[in-house]
Unconditional design. Structure first.
Ligand SMILES: [Zn+2]
Length: 323
């Protein structure tokens, strides 16, 4: 038998483009934003060059720029200075996330989709994602507080809320609250398989939200498990999550791939701060290399099965694709 010539399909760029199985488009990307109180603030995060903390006035300017670059969906994180034991500012009517939502919806209305991170770690003085009782995570009290927080986001204009605390029952608790309070149209993007990863370290610097005692291993997933990730996804879908997520992305492509085969709901992957920082470090200012590395990593996440990618590179995608 003659050997096969697969190189024919690689012979020109046009043929390679014609037969490419995976394509990246800006419309499938979500850009995270970190917002602080104050005015005229745009301060770069040292471990994540090119990513900033914004005050609301400067955020409005940057969102306009993102929209012009084809990114229309944003994941909003609020940085709260007033941290308490119970994280009560997470659901304050005039909390930072609530103010951001009103300002953005006022200006952009339905031209943009707003998703809010729903967790307590940015609001508690101990840095855990949950309410603590006698030094223990109080799961069932926490899911009520998460529901209250999600409701306050819905009231301020969120299109989706995204529970990320990894508490059992958090999706159902939020869904019930939203439905009972007249927000049946507000969706849930669940951080379903969120691993206890070391790749979040740049993010924790932003929030100063590392736990003051213990760690997050009693609620975030054990990195050694994949079957349990499928259960987390399955239960969140049963609890009516509209979109489910795997986080992080690059070290967890097997999880994304398996999830894509098993479930029929939109699957998101979070290309986290450490993944961004690694590429920035390796490229070391070489823009061409940075683009190539970032695109390779994002294509691999899409190829594994993610429908939606949350990425700090989102703003660059449009220009990278058209080049
Ligand atoms: Zn958290």
């Amino acid at each position: 038998m003659e050997y096969n010539r697969l190189r024919r399909l690689r012979s020109t760029k046009a043929i390679r483009d014609l037969t490419a199985q995976t394509n990246i488009e800006t419309k499938n990307f979500i850009l995270p934003y970190f917002v602080v109180e104050g005015e005229k603030i745009k301060s770069e995060i040292i471990s994540m060059p090119g990513i900033y903390r914004f005050s609301i006035d400067n955020l409005l300017v940057d969102v306009k720029d993102s929209v012009s670059k084809g990114i229309k969906t944003f994941l909003i994180f609020g940085i709260e200075e007033n941290k308490t034991k119970t994280g009560s500012s997470a659901y304050a009517r005039n909390g930072i996330i609530q103010k951001v939502l009103r300002a953005l919806k006022d200006k952009f209305a339905d031209k943009i989709t707003l998703i809010t991170d729903v967790c307590l770690c940015g609001f508690t003085d101990h840095g855990h994602c949950a309410i603590i009782n006698s030094e223990k995570i109080d799961n069932d009290t926490t899911i009520n507080v998460l529901a209250k927080t999600a409701l306050s986001h819905a009231q301020a204009g969120a299109d989706f809320t995204a529970p990320s605390a990894m508490m059992d029952g958090q999706v159902l608790s939020i869904r019930r609250m939203l439905d009972n309070q007249g927000y049946a149209d507000v969706g849930i993007m669940a951080y379903s398989a969120k691993y206890a990863s070391n790749l979040y370290s740049p993010f924790r610097d932003i929030f100063d939200s590392s736990p003051k005692f213990g760690d997050r291993q009693t609620y975030q997933m054990d990195i050694r498990n994949s079957n349990q990730a499928m259960l987390e996804l399955e239960y969140d879908i049963q609890e009516h999550a509209d979109i489910v997520m795997v986080k992080p992305a690059l070290f967890y492509l097997d999880i994304i791939c398996k999830a894509k085969q098993l479930f029929n709901v939109p699957l998101a992957a979070y290309n986290v701060s450490g993944e961004y920082a690694m590429i920035k470090k390796l490229a070391d200012g070489n823009e061409k290399l940075e683009k190539a590395l970032a695109m390779e990593s994002l294509i691999s996440i899409k190829r594994a099965g993610a429908d939606i990618i949350i990425s700090y590179f989102a703003k660059n995608i449009g220009s990278w694709i058209s080049e």
